[in-house]
Design a protein around this ligand. Sequence first.
Ligand SMILES: [Zn+2]
Length: 116
Amino acid sequence: MGFLRKAKALFHDDWCQECLDPMTLQKKQLFALPMTVGHYVSHDNPAYYVQHTTPVAKKAEIPTGFYACGSYIYHCPKCGKTVVKIVNFLPVRDAEQIEEAFLYADKDLVQYIQNI
Ligand SMILES: [Zn+2]
């Protein structure tokens, strides 16, 4: 496996870090976070997202001044690995002010999102 291919995979959250191949997007789900503008606290424990997020159908359902969380389930067709990308952002008019992004291979979090 070439160095370039490896380096490329590092910059693609949706590439399998083991196979260095693009993964398939299985599901997208938007959540409201119980944090308001100016009071953002970083949470890197996947359990936080299982316990504290509220699923919403669209961005318009996020109360004004509250943070949103976009989640994306990716599946690697080669090795069968499933990961979740979490992107926390503040919806501002037509834009998204991204605060943080995480990548988890956490079974509970995958199941939580898949069951919505
Ligand atoms: Zn893989």
